[in-house]
Design a protein around this ligand. Structure first.
Ligand code: PLP
Length: 439
């Protein structure tokens, strides 16, 4: 296989995740992608430098925007998502930020799900708000709320394919149709879903973003983020609404991104050459390489984690000291039917359960006894790792919420989030049994 195009990603996910985007002949015949550890790249001539800076020619100038290792990662994730192009950056947080900045433009409005990752909520309601980009949050299951939140300034809808800690499954097609009726793209954070379990583009989404730190890397060693343009949104249909794509950009020698780069690359060229370049969340070549190593085993890991998580969820659901298990693979879960429809290969391995309260013990002390009693599960603020992890949302990710806001988020003081790793599920169940017996 010498050409990246020779791998048909739709037909062979497992082949694409190992090979796509890497051409040994171009990359000095190393068998595995190399780490190009250099800040900058030498130009063949002044003419070439001028052409690269003016976007007349594509190539690599400086590691803030790109590196050969990063380009392979971008092509590979784009292929796995069924997209047309991608931008990789330093973290998932940066991927969300540059995506929303590029789409919202000056004074834009965002409609976002209430159920988003806490870092995204902070970005939207605090930092982007400071810059005049406002957000209306809606219950992601409420179609009328999405519709009612649209204003003439709305430029993007944003939600997660599968949220956490409660593992709500989004009806992507429903929300995509409402976004398109409003003339705006739908961006899906597919960090928890992963392209192995769900490809948002197959259900109408227009952009897919990832914290590559989680399942794509899978080893818990490296931060990274990726945004994939799924190639479906037509910024040319209402050109006056999208001047960042359809008007000439002085900084690029009056290039019009939509005309010069077309549907496949206008977004990623703008995101990279403007937002990543100006704000600087560059992905290090080493982290790009680490994430590529992880992706080679994505389907194997995610399948194993998904099946282990379902076994653990079923076990917990039958446990007398567990009040509820929030796993959409279980019959009776409010998102079970959506999971059947959108996640036929399995449900993600991030879910949660509620410890049953006891009349005479403080709930936090009870949860602490359980968590501190775990030995195989680790108390870590991360997900998608090879190691199994627990977290306590009420004192960690959701610690600034009051009781009412916690209830709205579907969590209680007794809720414990689980991210199932690659250990033997029997050992993980035994660990939970031992810790629950301490209550
Ligand atoms: C972790 C996470 C992010 C942020 O990613 P970082 O790589 O930590 O910056 C965004 N969205 C979701 C769903 C996440 O889990």
């Amino acid at each position: 296989m010498t050409s990246p195009d020779a791998v048909a990603p739709a037909a062979s996910f497992a082949t694409a995740q190992v090979q796509h985007g890497f051409e040994p002949g171009v990359h000095h015949r190393t068998a595995v992608p190399a780490i190009h550890q250099t800040a900058a790249y030498e130009f063949a001539s002044l003419q070439e430098a001028a052409d690269l800076f003016a976007l007349r020619k594509s190539g690599i100038i400086y590691s803030r925007n790109s590196s050969p290792t990063q380009l392979i990662l971008e092509e590979r994730v784009a292929a796995l998502e069924g997209g047309v192009s991608a931008v990789a950056v330093a973290s998932g947080q940066a991927a969300v930020a540059i995506t929303l900045l590029a789409l919202a433009g000056r004074g834009g409005h965002i409609v976002a799900a209430n159920q988003l990752y806490g870092g995204s909520v902070d970005l939207l309601q605090d930092t982007l708000d400071d810059f005049g980009i406002t957000t209306t949050f809606v219950d992601q299951d409420d179609a009328d709320a999405w519709r009612a939140a649209v204003t003439p300034q709305t430029r993007v809808f944003f939600a997660e394919s599968v949220a956490n800690p409660i593992a709500q499954v989004l009806d992507i097609r429903l929300v995509a149709d409402i976004a398109h009726d409003a003339g705006v793209p739908l961006v899906i954070d597919n960090t928890v879903g992963t392209p192995h379990l769900i490809r948002p583009g197959d259900h109408g989404a227009d952009f897919s973003v990832h914290s590559a730190t989680k399942f794509l890397a899978g080893h818990g060693t490296s931060l990274g983020g990726v945004v994939v343009d799924l190639g479906s949104f037509d910024f040319g249909a209402e050109p006056e609404k999208w001047p960042q794509f359809t008007r000439s950009q002085h900084r690029f020698g009056d290039v019009v991104p939509w005309e010069k780069f077309g549907r496949d690359r206008a977004f990623t060229v703008l995101a990279k050459s403007k937002y990543v370049s100006d704000l600087g969340p560059a992905l290090s070549p080493f982290n790009a390489w680490q994430i590529l190593q992880g992706i080679e085993t994505l389907d194997l890991r995610v399948s194993r984690q998904s099946s282990s998580a379902l076994k653990i969820a079923e076990h917990l659901a039958a446990h007398p000291k567990v009040a509820a298990v929030h796993h959409p693979g279980l019959a009776g879960n409010p998102w079970h039917e959506l999971a059947d429809h959108y996640l036929p290969r399995g449900v993600p391995s991030v879910f949660s359960f509620d410890v049953a309260p006891s009349g005479d013990e403080d709930e936090i002390e009870r949860v602490a006894r359980l968590i501190d009693g775990l030995e195989t599960f680790r108390l870590v603020a991360n997900i998608g790792d090879a190691r199994s992890i627990v977290a306590h949302p009420a004192s960690m990710t959701h610690n600034h919420l009051n009781a009412e806001q916690r209830a709205a988020a579907g969590i209680s003081l007794g809720t414990i989030r689980v991210s199932v790793g690659l250990e033997d599920p029997a050992d993980l169940i035994a660990d939970l049994e031992r810790a629950l017996a301490l209550l």
